[in-house]
Design a protein around this ligand. Structure first.
Ligand SMILES: Cc1cc2nc3c(=O)[nH]c(=O)nc-3n(C[C@H](O)[C@H](O)[C@H](O)COP(=O)(O)O)c2cc1C
Length: 202
């Protein structure tokens, strides 16, 4: 089996976003992993209109060309790390909109989370786990929360996330768990593929 591919999804798009700092820091840390490969998936590269499709994504692919490109990118990946802010105690609308555009492409794959904000986006991530269940994903308990003084130090006091080594164990714990689920689900999807093909051909 080739190395599974994990998408690190940047979930905010505004100018000056903190998301880029968190994603760049994460990319440095994941470079040490030998069992998984990682790529950034930036919502800025998928400027989706506010959801406006005649049919639910459960019943028909989106008409919108950007949405089709987004779906293909998500489908090409074996697992995901959502790097997310908390906007009004929930996930950023741009992320919810992007998720709404696709249905099956996230299914039977794991989701891990890196959040930042006053409480490390804990409230937003709890909601995102519930949303991800509807995509038939496996949302992980393990997450990284960049909160409180750590967040403010980087946002306002000129510090970098590299100055916060105490966050690294939670990243490694999350990656270990993500690797287990990614391999387990990839094998299960592969084993299931002939049966699924036969069922859809019948
Ligand atoms: C519309 C909006 C709502 C916000 N709501 C929250 C919130 O509920 N909890 C929180 O901890 N921070 C909140 N913040 C502050 C964000 O944590 C902070 O601006 C962060 O940098 C946003 O992520 P971004 O820079 O990647 O957009 C909010 C910011 C914005 C712009």
């Amino acid at each position: 089996m080739s190395k599974p591919k994990i998408g690190i999804i940047l979930s905010t798009t505004r100018e000056g976003r903190f998301a880029a700092k968190a994603a760049d820091w994460l990319l440095e840390l994941v470079a040490a992993r030998k069992d998984l490969t990682f790529e950034l998936v930036d919502l800025r590269d998928y400027p989706l209109p506010f959801y406006d499709e005649p049919k639910s994504p459960l019943w028909a692919p989106a008409r919108d060309a950007v949405a089709q490109r987004w779906a293909r990118r998500i489908e090409s990946l074996d697992g995901y790390i959502f790097v997310t802010a908390e906007y009004n105690h929930s996930i950023p609308a741009v992320l919810k909109n992007a998720i709404d555009y696709v249905a099956h492409v996230f299914a039977r794959k794991p989701a891990a989370y890196v959040g930042y904000g006053g409480v490390g986006a804990a409230r937003a991530i709890e909601q995102l786990r519930l949303i991800n269940i509807e995509q038939q994903m496996a949302p992980l308990k393990s997450a990284v929360h960049i909160g409180g003084a750590d967040f403010v130090d980087v946002l306002l006091h000129g510090k970098s996330l590299a100055d916060k080594p105490h966050l690294v164990p939670s990243v490694n714990a999350m990656l270990d768990e993500l690797a287990w689920w990614t391999y387990a689900l990839a094998q299960a999807r592969a084993a299931d593929a002939p049966a699924s093909r036969a069922a859809s051909a019948a």
